[in-house]
Design a protein around this ligand. Sequence first.
Ligand code: UDX
Length: 437
Amino acid sequence: MDKYKIGIIGCGYVGLITGVCFAELGNKVICHDIDKEKIVKLKQGIVPFFELGLAKMFTKNKNRLSFTISVEEVIENSDYIFICVGSPSRNNGEADTTSLFRVIDQINSYVKTYKMIIIKSTVPVGTAKKVKELLKEKIEQDLIEVISNPEFLREGNAIYDFMNPDRIVIGADSFKKAKNVARLYQTFSCPILLVSNEDAELIKYASNNFLAMKISFINEIANICERVGADISKVSYGIGLDHRIGNNYLQAGLGFGGPCLTKDLKAMIAFCKRVITYEPHLLKAVLKVNELQPELVIKKVKEVLGNLEGKRIGILGLSFKPGTDDMRNAPALKLITSLVKEGTELIAYDPKANKVAKELLKDQIEFAKEPYQVSYQSYALIIVTEWKEFLDLDYEKIKSYMIKPILVDGRNMFDNDRIQKLKKMGFQYFGVGRNLL
Ligand code: UDX
């Protein structure tokens, strides 16, 4: 039997995963998107993007899932309405909440019976309060509650993360209202935090900002390692053994990318400056370290090769992390733009992201159909994304194709044994924060 009637507004990454996972938990779910084509495809059972396990779970639960382009239909057919629309970066870094407020307007005109309006989109602190002001009349008539319920889903692990959460955060202006939403998550054994809307909104930003801070921190320590002859992999392991620190998100490299960490960091910085006139010194430094990281790798290449003008360099990996074709804020873009400015001839290969990268970079660089092609006549290879398959390439073969056997491991994916093997072959190996020249 179906448990609850759930509506999802916005069938992007977060919305669709949330909808499908709620269906898996036994709920009846109706999903909305303004993109007609997307809805037609979803109705035919076609999932519009790749996420591990999603298509299978979608098919398994297709009888509990329905799709529509009408917000009204979602409101009529659900009690819990999750808003999962995007909040992209504006030019000044602020989160653009236009889509969210458009949905709120529609909700305002269509709601006639009691509904829980649950904001899952990542929105600046104070957004739920603004939403409540707009829906004031309906709230006074006891027709609407406004709840904040952020998500913590990693691309590539989103289904697992939804089904195995570390915590559920529910923000509302009363314990009773928050508890009403908590029942949707009762099958999970993790802590369920019932907090205010502002607390929930800030927990989301602070979590992503903290992860970004850990990465920039370890990258800064890696940069120090290089100058004092220490090895970041050992230093990072040593730090992480302290349970107060923990060893997750302490992998040094080219820096963080992706749709969330950079966007949320910029949004928080812009919010602090403009809305609460507070200068977020630490957050600004986190962003700065991340922006400089690819430049430091280029500096290393220049130190060995001298002028890069006209020299051919191979790039292995383009997506912001392995397991996805997502190029949003990918460190590869920063690295490539700077290398192109230096006059370098670039050829790149990514197991999944070639197509997406080509749309973004057009003919600024060449794209290879297979990994070995990036080594032909190259002066150096740079690993930008740590796809596991790069570990098992035939490096003897690669070396034989290259003009200079220089390997820059921008993600420190090679362990010491592998590095020694590469060196025996005659490679010059550079990592990030490793004194292994
Ligand atoms: C992130 C958050 O983890 C998730 O909770 C949130 O809801 C959305 O944003 P995601 O963007 O999928 O998820 O990426 P994540 O796996 O966190 O990696 C982000 C970036 O940091 C990647 O570019 C990755 O390569 C980089 N990274 C991660 C490091 O450079 N070092 C690390 O130790 C960890």
